[in-house]
Write a protein that binds this ligand. Sequence first.
Ligand code: INI
Length: 185
Amino acid sequence: MMPSTRYDAEAGAAGAPVEGANVFTGSLDATGMRIGIVVSRFNDIISTRLLDGAVEALRQHGVATGDIDVVWVPGAFEIPIGARELAKRADVDAVVCLGAVIRGDTPHFDYVAGEAALGTSSVHATTGIPATFGVLTVDTIDQAADRAGGKLGNKGAEAAVAAVEMVSLLRELRQPRAAEHRAAS
Ligand code: INI
């Protein structure tokens, strides 16, 4: 049997309870959220499937279709700048990054995949807007297809659900504590 992923469960369900502690988990209710998606055209036979999975997952969790912004960039190397611009838009709650980097015979893969990953994490580090990573970094097109709606699920959908969870979690963490909590601690 395949191991279940975090995304099968309601947010927070996988965490063990900690009696007496304040536990923040977020939820997967995306009602009213606006989500940006940046997707690379390179290997678009794969990235369009990731996009379909992401959009479907967002809708399933309550995002209105009109609240999804989709930005196409040429390749995974350009994902971070697209993601940063989306994250800077005042009304975007999270950015989902989608693409497929497939290893070839040269070190090019390492530069493109590395920049996509590092650049994506720098978006949330510098803007405070969550940017999730649905960029496949694989050796073969078959491995990519397996993860883009094939036998290993859809990493675009997983990245979309992770974005929803992070928006919800950050909202919880950014709420000021109630006065009685501050007094007690
Ligand atoms: N871009 C990808 O998204 N996936 C790849 O597999 C890939 N390969 O293998 O070269 C790729 N290259 C293009 C790169 O992302 C840039 O668009 C290009 O270098 C222009 O800056």
